[in-house]
Design a protein around this ligand. Structure first.
Ligand code: ATR
Length: 273
């Protein structure tokens, strides 16, 4: 049977093993997919051991995506634009790195939620790994102007520079938010809720046609999405659909079959929303 894994820290509660097992059953593929806890210090050795034991592919989650990018011998253009890898495929004796997070988010928003992203004026809070992973895909999907704010403003500036579209992508300070008007798409790409507190956001960011998205799911997504509903957002979307869609994209890369995601999503949604 073929051998896959997700690496991260913490990783014990990752839904990826369950998602990939379901996809494999659907596709009739005999697959072993495990969760392997690895820190920045242990990741390289753990991945080598995994490859030596016949590991053919891996997903990579926090806080290892930048490391996975650095150790990939070859990468896709979308991984290079994100500077991060969430999907590794063994090619000979090397790792090939891709990033399916952004495509997964866009597919969830456009196909599952039926949102038209084109020309949506967009605000992204956060400029860390998660933000870097999705920004290029959002731009490719045709959003309008993209504003990026971050607690540490230098990181927002750096991300804006990396994205390389100065007329379209702008860094702003958190203190500027009340003056920015409203946005068709507001994305919380911070890890703030995992630490319990959210930056204070003015309700003027959202209007009656706005969609608000938190890249996390379950308990971590509750504070931001509750705030977004209170602020009048039309849609308040958590990251569970993105998780399923990025997994489907990785599965397709590894196995050449694109899984059907609706049943898996509905099942997880019933248990983790
Ligand atoms: P991830 O891969 O989840 O993006 P990360 O690269 O550590 O993880 O980035 C975390 C993001 O959440 C950053 O944008 C971070 O802001 P800083 O760059 O200022 O650290 C943001 N973040 C985390 N905790 C936060 C908090 N309590 N308030 C505001 N922003 C926070």
């Amino acid at each position: 049977s073929s051998h896959y894994a997700v690496f991260g820290h913490p990783v014990a509660h990752s839904l990826s093993p369950q998602i990939h097992a379901t996809f494999a059953r659907q596709a009739g593929i005999d697959l072993r997919y495990e969760a392997i806890d690895a820190t920045l210090d242990t990741f390289f050795d753990a991945l080598e051991a995994f490859a030596a034991a016949g590991g053919q592919g891996a997903n990579v989650t926090l806080p290892l995506k930048e490391s996975a990018f650095a150790l990939s011998a070859t990468t896709t253009e979308r991984a290079r634009r994100a500077g991060a890898v969430n999907t590794l495929a063994r090619m000979g004796d090397q790792w090939h790195g891709d990033n399916t997070d952004g495509p997964g988010l866009v597919r969830d928003l456009t196909e599952r939620r039926g949102l038209d992203l084109r020309q949506r004026r967009t605000l992204m809070i956060g400029a860390g790994g998660a933000a870097r992973g999705i920004a290029p895909s959002l731009l490719d999907a045709g959003i309008g102007e993209l504003y990026i704010v971050n607690r540490t403003p230098e990181r927002a500036d750096a991300l804006v520079d990396t994205l390389g579209q100065p007329g379209r992508v702008h860094a702003r300070y958190l203190a500027d938010l009340p003056a920015l008007g409203d946005f068709g798409l507001l994305i919380n790409a911070t890890s703030a809720a995992r630490g319990g507190q959210l930056p204070r956001l003015p309700m003027s960011l959202l209007g009656p046609r706005s969609a608000a998205v938190d890249l996390s799911y379950g308990e971590a997504a509750i504070p931001f999405l509750a705030w977004a509903r209170a602020a009048g957002a039309l849609e308040a979307v958590d990251g569970l659909g993105m998780l399923v869609e990025q997994a489907a994209e990785s599965f397709a890369l590894w196995h050449g079959v694109r899984p059907q995601t609706d049943a898996v999503y509905e099942d997880l949604h019933a248990r983790h929303a």
